[in-house]
Write a protein that binds this ligand. Structure first.
Ligand code: GLU
Length: 290
């Protein structure tokens, strides 16, 4: 009996892409459990009215979930504990780079920067590791001077501290990958795990909460396939169980782009207001209507 989850951020109204993800997760639970997790890590963008809208939209689609739901903004202590464990294993480092500094480093790199497929067909350069080699005296000096910083995972060190890893893909992955997938720990580079003003950054919060909520099957869009590599690495470092994964296709707009919160016309609320039914939504998404 799988436990699956839908984990939206309450930063806007849900659209057709969210409906597909939520329905997929709900149906994959097949008599097991379906949980809803509110990924409100970013206090500047998360709003209670969007959480309320998520409840309404999912209820309208015919979904029900285990209550109480989990809000990541209430999970700071768990994330702190995990960060302390990672610090103990010496796989974190403070990074003082601003976004513009990172962009400039990448632009000036003599060698072609390491690029990675972050989403379906979308390539991005990964963090070039500028702060990885700072001496501990230099780190302490900058921290003492109050220089803003984030904490990054040293993926090379982390990978060296654990055996070779795999995860189970039960879906199709972006390239039809299926079965046992070998983890490429550095696929996304040295990801950020902690940021000022947030209880944790995405990758850390997700692995902690998937374990805490007993998730055995993670269903989510193909755009997060690359993220699974580093999340599997974090599970190994933190001694957490590993769920199975089933990445699914993305719902695209008329131009073939992934739907985003900016696509107002595709929000479930506006479709509902236009008289579209939950069954119509299923048909539009190519899901069976019973
Ligand atoms: N909160 C993420 C999103 O809205 C989903 C995270 C996940 O499924 O792992 O895209």
């Amino acid at each position: 009996m799988p436990t699956t989850r839908f984990a939206p951020s309450p930063t806007g109204l849900l659209h057709l892409g969210h409906a597909f993800a939520a329905l997929t997760a709900f149906e994959a639970a097949q008599g097991g459990q379906f949980v809803l997790r509110i990924e409100d890590l970013d206090p500047a963008r998360s709003r209670p009215e969007y959480e309320q809208a998520i409840r309404e939209d999912l209820g309208w689609l015919g979904l029900s979930w285990r209550e109480p739901l989990l809000r990541q903004c209430e999970r700071g202590a768990a994330y702190e504990g995990a960060l302390a464990q990672l610090a103990e294993r010496a796989v974190l480092y403070p990074c003082f780079c601003t976004r513009s500094r990172i962009a400039a480093e990448i632009a000036q790199a003599i060698e072609a920067p390491h690029r990675t497929e972050v989403a379906d067909g979308t390539q991005a350069a990964v963090y070039p590791g500028t702060c990885r080699g700072l001496t501990s005296a230099e780190r302490q000096r900058r921290i003492a001077a109050g220089t803003p910083h984030v904490l990054r995972l040293d993926t090379a060190r982390a990978a060296a501290a654990v055996p070779a890893l795999t995860f189970n893909e039960c879906g199709a992955g972006p390239r039809g990958q299926h079965g046992v997938i070998a983890v490429e720990p550095a696929r996304l580079g040295d990801v950020v795990l902690a940021r000022k003003g947030m209880p944790a950054a995405y990758h850390l919060a997700v692995v902690i909460d998937d374990a805490f909520q007993g998730i055995t099957l993670v269903t989510r869009g193909n755009d997060l396939f690359a993220a699974t590599h580093v999340q599997r690495l974090l599970q190994a470092l933190l001694g957490l169980p590993t769920p199975h994964y089933a990445h699914h296709r993305l719902i695209l707009d008329a131009l073939g782009r992934k739907l985003s919160k900016r696509d107002r016309a595709a929000t479930l609320r506006s479709l509902r207001d236009q008289g579209v039914s939950a069954a119509d939504i299923r048909r539009r998404l190519g899901l069976a209507v019973t």
